[in-house]
Design a protein around this ligand. Structure first.
Ligand code: CP
Ligand code: NVA
Length: 309
């Protein structure tokens, strides 16, 4: 059966741990796995801009012996002239997998339903699950384990990163706390799903409008831009709404003494995070960015193996 990765809870807790184990192994021996030798092609399609996702998938697919085919927004017939379903059927005849950064989660689901090759969400309006694999890998490297740690996400609680932290964090057994203002709280359906998962992993989910309460004693503090791709028209309103949710030294002081700071990047210093934090000693953002490569390679290897079984 073809396995896709459209949202964080497409991997069970055991499967998520397998992918992270594999990522650590591939990081230690970067060119050992060549499942795409042939070489096979992987299509990587972008409807939104990207630096990390584009470079990490292109590099990772090459590391695995394959050829990355990067297709930018407006460069293919997809969307404007051809349906997702027809595109899905053409791609499966030639490529080993489809990686897609787009707006609507429903589009990814339609692509996955219409094709026999794995489809990977490289960020949608609702989720950024590849980023979470890299984040969990980074936390594991710095903290030794995941289950039982407290992670505070402060800022826009309704965006793709917040939703992915809830689902992937609960899957990993983390105590996930989201601190966000009224009107920008996570989707209740995602909170319910994350709580269900947490009940089975020993984790927990807390949503609060108080950033200090979210950060109290946390092992990991993280945030994301206040203005996600596609929300540029709301910039002024958002900067006002989120002003009290900046991760600065005062907020970090509420976290555990050995807390680490994560940010998926790109970052806007002085808005969601103060320069003293993101450029300070607790920040592990460059490890996090590098781990996109290792985590996504592991994901591709795992999806291809499982889909062939
Ligand atoms: N974090 C992340 O996905 O970065 P890019 O938008 O540069 O790919
Ligand atoms: N929430 C951000 C993440 C960027 C990697 C966005 O969607 O723009």
């Amino acid at each position: 059966m073809t396995r896709h990765f459209l949202r964080d809870d497409d991997l069970s807790p055991a499967e998520q741990a397998e992918v992270l184990d594999l990522a650590l192994a591939l990081k230690a021996d970067r060119f050992s796995a060549k499942p795409l030798a042939g070489p096979q092609t992987v299509a990587v399609v972008f409807d939104k801009t990207s630096t990390r996702t584009r470079v990490s998938f292109a590099t990772g697919i090459a590391d695995l012996g394959g050829v990355p085919l990067i297709i930018g927004g407006g460069e293919s017939q997809l969307g404007a002239k051809e349906s997702i379903a027809d595109t899905a059927r053409v791609l499966e005849r030639m490529v080993a997998a489809v990686v897609w950064r787009t707006f609507a989660q429903a589009g990814l689901e339609e692509m996955a339903e219409g094709t026999t090759v794995p489809v990977v969400n490289a960020l949608s309006d609702d989720f950024h699950p590849c980023q979470l694999l890299a984040d969990l890998l980074t936390i594991r490297e710095h903290k030794g384990a995941l289950a039982g740690l407290a992670l505070a996400y402060v800022g826009d609680g309704a965006n793709n990163m917040a939703h992915s932290y809830l689902l992937a964090g609960a899957t990993a057994g983390l105590h996930v706390r989201v601190g966000a203002p009224e009107g920008y709280l996570p989707d209740p359906a995602i909170v319910r799903r994350a709580s269900e998962i947490a009940a089975g992993t020993g984790g927990s989910v807390t949503v609060t409008t108080d950033p200090a309460a979210a950060a109290a004693g946390a092992d990991v503090v993280t945030t994301d831009t206040w203005v996600s791709m596609g929300q540029e028209d709301e910039k002024a309103v958002r900067q006002a709404v989120f002003a009290d949710y900046i991760v600065d030294a005062a907020l970090m002081a509420r976290a555990a003494d050995d807390a680490i700071f994560l940010h998926c990047l790109p970052a806007y210093r002085g808005y969601e995070v103060a320069a003293e934090v993101i450029d300070g000693p607790k920040s592990v953002i460059w490890d996090e960015a590098e781990n996109r490569l290792h985590a996504q390679k592991a994901l591709l290897v795992w999806l291809l193996e499982r889909s062939a079984a």
